[in-house]
Design a protein around this ligand. Structure first.
Ligand code: 5RP
Length: 228
């Protein structure tokens, strides 16, 4: 699948998911190229159909895009609940366990997801896998002592790589942390790995999203498919 085909599938999933947002809702808005299509469609509905909803965003990028359409965005601490969060993913398996953080937004994404009544992922069909782990697992790490965390990961065989930007500088998250990508190839026991990562001092969050997702909308050449 080339990028244009993949984008078409992402767009179809994003447009389909936009239908889930109704007047008066509080909606979590994820991050990434698939979510960009979702927000474009929500912006269209706000401007052309008068849709009125409140958004809670998982990154500054998504906030800027949503606000450019006149969508009201509030802080996650300014709402007592989130009706539904729609987000992308890097991989998802048949049990709706997956990997997120390819766009370095995993921490805010997990906070928003944790406070949501319902979580929907939008992906193109290439993201649906039998076993997660081929996509390098992002881990958000505090800069202070990050070198030692990386050494610990190396000793455990996690094959960590500190994420760098095009200018050769460390990528920073919206919380100014680093991202370390673990090249594991496959993750046979995600719960055990999640526990090991989150109990490592210096780790803020990891990109394993386990037992959280209610619905996945898959962009498919035959049209979007909804998995529940
Ligand atoms: C950002 C994410 C994204 O949702 C994930 O990387 C998928 O991105 P895309 O829709 O661009 O493929 O987790 O941190």
């Amino acid at each position: 699948m080339d990028k244009a085909q993949q984008d078409a599938l992402k767009k179809a999933a994003g447009i389909e998911a936009a239908q889930l947002i109704q007047d008066g809702m509080i909606a979590g808005l994820g991050t990434g190229s698939t979510v960009r299509f979702l927000v474009d469609e929500l912006g269209r509905r706000v401007q052309e159909e008068g849709l009125k909803f409140t958004g809670v965003t998982t990154s500054r990028r998504t906030q800027e895009q949503a606000e450019s359409y006149g969508i009201t965005i509030v802080d996650v601490d300014d709402v007592d609940h989130i009706d539904v969060t729609i987000d992308g993913a890097d991989e998802v398996d048949a049990n709706f366990n997956g990997i997120k953080g390819g766009g370095a937004a995993l921490l805010w994404e997990k906070i928003v997801a944790t406070n949501s009544d319902r979580i929907v992922w939008i992906v193109d069909e290439s993201k649906v896998v039998d076993t997660i782990g081929r996509f390098p697992l992002p881990v958000e790490v505090i800069p202070f002592g990050a070198g030692h965390v990386i050494k610990r990961f190396e000793a455990k065989g996690y094959k960590p790589v500190l994420r760098m930007d095009a200018d050769g500088k460390e990528v920073r998250t919206d919380e100014q942390n680093f991202v370390v990508d673990l090249h594991l190839d496959r993750i046979d026991n995600p719960l055990e790995l999640a526990h090991d990562l989150i109990t490592t001092v210096g780790v803020v969050e990891h990109g394993l999203f386990l037992n959280m997702v209610d619905q996945v909308i898959v962009g498919d050449p035959n049209g979007p498919r909804t998995l529940t």
